[in-house]
Design a protein around this ligand. Structure first.
Ligand SMILES: [Zn+2]
Ligand SMILES: [Zn+2]
Length: 163
């Protein structure tokens, strides 16, 4: 929360070169299955939340942008490639999983369902294992060190010991 009790959200790309801060209420949260969002995210669908009614600040760096159509730009980190924005004439939306606390932003609608990939509705039916379940065949996981930016703002990044 900010001083005047408006909600505050932070997030950014995986490498930490781009960080954002959103102050105020978030708008609609959605997933988009359209082919353009699939290509822009390299993924089955793109989860986005509108920030058009809030105050968005880039607190470290800024996204590079690709004009993906006559109507929209897609922002991403030029250093690590994390998809970050969808920018249309009616406002900006941010990629939900780029938020530090993506678990707080639940989508409420699906768009672009004409392009929904046929297996997406069945993923939750697949067998599931946690990351460490196969430690015997992936022993590198035991002493893995993440180089991704943590899920909170940092004074300095990357940390001195690594640079
Ligand atoms: Zn990055
Ligand atoms: Zn889309």
């Amino acid at each position: 929360m900010s001083l005047d009790n408006r909600p505050v959200y932070t997030g950014g790309c995986q490498c930490g070169a781009v960080r954002f801060r959103v102050e105020g209420a978030l708008g609609d949260a959605s997933v988009c299955h359209c082919r353009m969002c699939q290509k822009a995210s390299g993924n089955f669908y793109l989860p986005l939340v509108s920030v058009r009614g809030a105050k968005l600040d880039w607190t470290r760096g800024a996204p590079k942008r690709f004009r993906s159509s006559s109507a929209a730009w897609r922002g991403f980190c030029a250093d690590c490639g994390t998809p970050l924005t969808f920018e249309a004439p009616d406002g900006i939306a941010l990629a939900i999983a780029a938020f530090d606390h993506a678990e707080e932003i639940a989508p409420t609608i699906q768009w672009g369902t004409e392009a929904k990939l046929p297996y997406v509705d069945h993923i939750h039916e697949l067998p599931g294992e946690d990351t460490m379940a196969d430690i015997s065949s992936s022993s590198y996981l035991a002493d893995l060190v993440s180089y991704q930016h943590p899920d909170h703002d940092t004074e300095q990044w990357p940390p001195e010991e690594r640079s």
